[in-house]
Design a binder for this molecule. Structure first.
Ligand code: BES
Ligand code: ZN
Length: 652
């Protein structure tokens, strides 16, 4: 409650500070006064929800704060320095267990520099190792400090070190991190579980010609001089966050404000295009607040990354990381911003306690994203996105083993990165939309607003979610309970019978045109392409014959389509991707060069993986192309992307 109030005050103070400082420094957002009252949260009671993807035993001892003092070495591709952890423990406990993977630990001491005994356990695939540190026995209320002197390895999965050639400007190197789901342990020795929320502070030293940003408040805009040729940058995240949200970017970066609390960081050469594309952001934050309550994080900025960023977006708090593939020129792909922004409530405030309930993060966020789109762009635009997602969901339901189509999963023993699929997003959103439809929008919105408020800063599970719905939405109404089919949605495979397919009028004309072209084999010149928006174009290109297998177009039709609509040269990444999926599935040789250009120009896994998979499915023809293109593209990709594509394109 008081959290909410202070969050508001802080946002206002930030806004005032920004407008005061704009004249002096147009390249960075406002400095935050070190002495300013903070959004400090008292950690909630001990988390007892199990997380099979962490070695930590938070009921015994847990990390509540991390202080980083690290130096970025762009020659060695190493971050090294100290992590000082504040640890609380249960009376009688004399150790804390952390998660680490591929870290070089040099020493572990207490705050006075006295050595603490430590040991690292067996390394398990994707989990890494437990780092156990012996401590003086906890009396029960105190906080103990653990200082870990360490270095990352050049191949840390969370980090990508880019050479200048891999950046937009091609002059300077770049570093960025990606923590979700369990990669933070490859660059920070802490308890890497989404249920173990931690505040953090950081001091990062980097070459003086680069700028350091973190998903936190920047305390030192412009950086502070240290040793010759280097600068240090300090940050603070005063809200307790799950460690997968700790994030850093270092590169040749400039800042452009959008409004008083939103802005864009990008390489100078892409700053203007990024600023233009992301201009709707400010309005989206306002719309989101009007829907589900105040934005509690102060600033909302975006960092436009180099093209190898493996995701579309990542909801790092206060600073969403985004792929440049959303820069279409016409803002047609900005729903991604709505999505990452929505995570500021669903995900970053109310967080899945472990990765089995990833759907709680992504399903609610996909729903909330669509509500923001509706508020800013109107109902038609929002429904078009719903219909596209629904189509994707039908494909996903057909292609996955039924047990993987449940919302609540059991990912024990599996790499969470592989267990997580679009079911969490699209079936999750369909569920939330079903709740809205049955309860009525007004009643539903009031419940969801309350759900965020009641459960802010605490880990959430499917079970707790259901309890909250029953207590605060169903409230004993037996007819409502029956109509919602809550348990079936959460625990059963497939789609419950109360799911309703969304329908878009804007797609009826597209579907007619698709029928004329694909079924009746009419000419591509009859397609009203230039009248259509991006979503209509995606709809047209994602048409597939019902129940059919193999090719659905002739070579002549493919050429007609390609030439009439100039698809091989399409600049919108989603449309280009949709076309290449069609072309490659037909072994259409003329488009291979376009596919190669696309696959070597960005590393977004959502595009890269399906295209290599489609090629690979085409026998010798596709496999030869896949091997050749991958040999060229792989060095450009992030470990997250290569990790997935390696499994498709055999590394022999
Ligand atoms: N949090 C996810 C990205 C993620 C998921 C990273 C799982 C690591 C593991 C992010 O919010 C997301 O969903 N991004 C989507 C875009 C969105 C518009 C659906 C993406 O990257 O494509
Ligand atoms: Zn998401």
């Amino acid at each position: 409650m008081s959290q909410k109030l202070i969050g508001r005050v802080s946002a206002l103070a930030l806004a005032a500070a920004l407008s005061a400082s704009l004249g002096a420094c147009a390249t960075a957002p406002a400095a935050v006064d070190d002495s300013m009252a903070q959004i400090q949260n008292v950690p909630k009671p001990v988390n007892r929800i199990a997380d099979s993807h962490s070695y930590a035993r938070p009921a015994d001892a847990r990390v509540v704060h991390v202080d980083l003092d690290l130096k970025a070495d762009f020659d060695a591709h190493v971050l090294s320095g100290k992590a000082t952890l504040d640890v609380t423990g249960r009376r009688g406990v004399d150790e804390v267990i952390l998660d680490v993977r591929n870290l070089d630990i040099r020493s572990v001491t207490d705050a006075q520099g006295r050595a603490l005994a430590w040991s690292v356990g067996a390394d398990q695939a994707f989990m890494g190792q437990p780092l156990t540190v012996k401590l003086p026995t906890f009396a029960g209320h105190e906080t103990q400090k653990v200082v870990i002197d360490y270095a990352t390895r050049p191949d840390a999965s969370a980090l990508q070190w880019l050479n200048p050639q891999q950046t937009a400007g091609k002059q300077k190197p770049f570093l960025f991190s990606q923590g979700q789901a369990i990669l933070t342990r490859t660059w920070i020795p802490t308890q890497d579980s989404p249920g173990i929320r931690q505040t953090y502070t950081a001091r990062i030293e980097a070459p003086a010609d680069l700028t350091v940003v973190m998903a936190a408040e920047m305390l030192t805009p412009g950086g502070e001089a240290t040793t010759p040729g280097h600068k240090a940058w300090r940050f603070r995240m005063a809200n307790p966050i799950p460690p997968y949200l700790i994030a850093i970017g270092v590169g040749d970066l400039a800042f452009a404000p959008l409004d008083e609390r939103t802005g864009v960081w990008a390489e100078p050469s892409s700053l203007e295009a990024s600023r233009h594309e992301l201009e709707p952001t400010a309005q989206m934050v306002d719309a989101a607040e009007a829907l589900y309550g105040p934005y509690l994080w102060g600033r909302y900025d975006l960092l436009m990354l180099p093209p190898s960023f493996p995701f579309g977006g990542m909801e790092n708090p206060m600073l969403t990381f985004a792929t440049p593939t959303i820069i279409a020129g016409d803002r047609s792909l900005v729903s991604l911003v709505a999505h990452e922004l929505a995570h500021s409530w669903s995900g970053n405030l109310v967080t899945n306690a472990n990765w089995d309930d990833f759907w709680l993060n992504e399903g609610f966020t996909s729903y909330f994203e669509n509500r923001i789109m509706e508020a800013v762009y109107g109902r038609d635009a929002a429904v078009q996105e719903q219909v596209l997602a629904w189509g994707g969901l039908q494909d996903e339901l057909k292609s996955l083993p039924p047990e993987d189509t449940r919302l609540h999963l059991d990912l024990t023993g599996r790499d969470p990165d592989e267990g997580m699929n679009t079911i969490a997003y699209d079936k999750g959103a369909a569920f939330v939309r079903t709740m809205e439809r049955i309860a009525g929008r007004e009643v539903f919105d009031a419940w969801l607003r309350g759900y965020f408020e009641r459960n802010a800063w605490v880990p959430m599970t499917s079970e707790l979610f259901l309890k909250d719905v029953r207590e605060h939405l169903v409230k004993g109404d037996a007819a409502l309970e029956a109509a919602l089919m809550l348990d079936e949605w959460v625990y059963q495979p497939g789609l419950p019978s109360n799911a309703v397919a969304p329908v878009s009028n804007a797609f009826s004309v597209v579907d007619q045109a698709a029928n004329a072209f694909y079924v009746d084999r009419g000419p591509a010149s009859a397609i009203a392409w230039s009248d259509w928006n991006t979503q209509q174009r995606q709809r047209f290109l994602s048409w597939r014959p019902t129940g059919g297998t193999g090719a659905w177009l002739t070579e002549a039709q493919l050429s007609d389509l390609n030439q009439t609509l100039n698809l091989d040269a399409e600049g919108n990444s989603e449309v280009r991707f949709a076309w290449l999926q069609v072309a490659l599935a037909h072994r259409y040789e003329p488009s291979v060069a376009s596919a190669e250009a696309f696959l070597t120009s960005m590393g977004r896994r959502k595009f890269v993986l399906p295209l290599f998979q489609t090629l690979w499915n085409q026998g010798d023809w596709g496999q030869a192309h896949a091997r050749r293109i991958y040999a060229k593209a792989r060095p450009l990709y992030h470990p997250v992307t290569t990790g997935s594509v390696d499994a498709v394109v055999g590394q022999n």
